[in-house]
Design a binder for this molecule. Structure first.
Ligand code: ATP
Ligand code: MG
Length: 447
């Protein structure tokens, strides 16, 4: 038996594949890397209903857009695509900040911090000489004695101009440029110290001061050769509670309206529902719906073709298996790719030449078993009932009846499940409502 595991023989041979072609690929995540992004272009399927909007988004300036949709539907990929296009084709400086439970209250400070470091990275990437002179002069003339700008100038001071090839300790690579080369002249520990200083300073800055720095940085990026700045704030939808995020947006209103800045926020439908109540911050709201059946097949086929261009979707899947995948995942991109991946493994280990419906059903059952194994009985009961009812409060009689649990137990269970990501909590008025997180819906929804 062990000999089988040791064997290097291709396990996907029966399907005619070299390896499992289905995997979650965070498209355009590294948007600076043009070559990688060009490869990702081959995997991308732009939803038909968004084709027109996509013509505008990478060139839209001084605006705020909310990209929203359910879990795993493709929000981050679309926003990263916009950054890739804006950065490489429209000379716009782009940054991405991820909002987490820990930094949500000071997300705007996080934006400023990312911006500081990205600008320095950019100068390093481009080995630019002139902007440094400009920046230093600007800092001295305009903002003499300012702690943040002085720290940045100190860091930039680490790049010494020279005409020779210099070896940079940090990346251990050789850099050459015609116009002059910038290299470190100080040790890494001093740099780390200054970076830490910058971080602790920026973290506690009041919004007004953040605004002033943003206008400084806008001037600087223009000097580096960019037209304006595009900021993508991601992952807002993975927060257990969205109130803090909404409060942060309201507080940061004047920042979001800073001249020379365009903001993209990726969020859940709940955030979109609340945008009315937080005032009209967003000029554009872009809803990403799950893929239709044809679009799902397109996405899967592109992943197959990336490995073997002669293959089509029907070389791998039976018609029925695709129907089962679509039925279970409702076209949510992250879900159907993952289910296809698991079904492929099962079909391959059975030595089948195609993925059939029963392989998909088996893959679904495997995940259900895993969930059942990690959760307690009462948690499962509560989740099953919640999945059939949608947004519900523990005080709802129907929920208590279906789950067989009391209001206090439901409250406690939902609190536990919110913490571990199975359940999403939302305040509506003075009511607290819960729903099953999109990531787990396919495994709970009744047929
Ligand atoms: N337009 C697309 N074309 C092809 N594949 C896509 C597309 N959008 C998303 N995907 C695939 O689906 C995966 C999930 O997409 P993405 O991470 O963008 O979703 P999301 O809505 O941001 O998810 P989450 O709710 O977890 O933040 C991607 O890593 C990629 O593999
Ligand atoms: Mg995302």
């Amino acid at each position: 038996m062990l000999e089988n595991f040791k064997s290097r023989e291709n396990r996907y041979k029966s399907l005619g594949l070299k390896e499992n072609p289905f995997k979650i690929v965070p498209l355009f995540r590294d948007f600076h890397n043009r070559e990688l992004c060009e490869y990702h272009e081959k995997l991308l399927v732009i939803p038909t209903e968004l084709e027109k909007t996509m013509q505008i988004l990478p060139i839209m300036t001084d605006r705020r857009a909310l990209i929203y949709g359910c879990y795993g539907v493709g929000k981050t990929s679309l926003a990263d695509l916009i950054l890739y296009l804006s950065y490489h084709y429209h000379t716009r400086f782009c940054i991405r900040t991820i909002v987490t439970e820990d930094n949500v209250a000071r997300a705007i400070n996080e934006v400023l911090l990312t911006l500081c470091f990205e600008i320095m990275e950019e100068i390093q990437r481009k080995t630019l000489k002139k902007p440094i002179e400009f920046i230093k002069k600007y800092f001295i003339d305009q903002r003499h004695g300012d702690l943040l700008l002085t720290s940045i100038a100190r860091l930039l001071g680490h790049y010494v101009e020279s005409q020779e090839t210099v070896s940079r300790k940090k990346h251990n690579t050789n850099l050459k440029a015609n116009l002059g080369v910038l290299g470190f002249s100080h040790d890494i520990s001093t740099e780390v110290e200054i970076r830490k200083e910058i971080q602790s300073y920026v973290e506690v800055l009041p919004i007004k001061t953040v605004g002033r720095y943003l206008s400084d940085f806008h001037k600087i990026i223009q000097e580096i050769g960019y037209q304006d700045i595009v900021i993508f704030i991601d992952e807002a939808d993975h927060l257990g509670e969205i109130e803090t995020f909404l409060k942060m947006l309201t507080k940061a209103r004047e920042i979001l309206f800073a001249a020379g800045y365009t903001f993209f926020v990726a969020g859940s439908p709940e955030i979109a529902r609340h945008t009315e109540s937080i005032g009209s911050i967003f000029d554009k709201t872009i809803f990403i719906s799950p893929a239709d059946f044809v679009s799902m097949k397109d996405v899967l086929e592109k992943l197959i073709k990336a490995q073997n261009s002669f293959f089509s979707i029907t070389s791998i899947f039976t018609k029925e298996s695709l129907d089962v995948i679509y039925e279970a995942t409702k076209g949510v991109r992250k879900q159907f790719i993952r289910l296809a991946e698991n079904a492929t493994d099962i079909a391959a280990s059975n030595g089948s030449s195609q993925i059939e419906a029963h392989h998909v059903l088996e893959a679904l059952q495997e995940t259900k078993d895993k969930i059942a194994f990690t959760l307690k009985d009462n948690q499962l009961k509560a989740l099953k009932a919640l999945s059939t009812l949608g947004f519900t409060s523990p005080s709802a009689k129907e929920l208590q009846k279906q789950s067989g649990l009391s209001r206090p137990s439901l409250s406690k269970i939902f609190q536990e499940l919110t913490k571990i990501g199975y359940v999403i909590k939302e305040k509506r008025g003075n009511k607290v409502l819960y729903s099953v997180s999109g990531a787990y819906l396919p495994y709970f929804e009744k047929k």
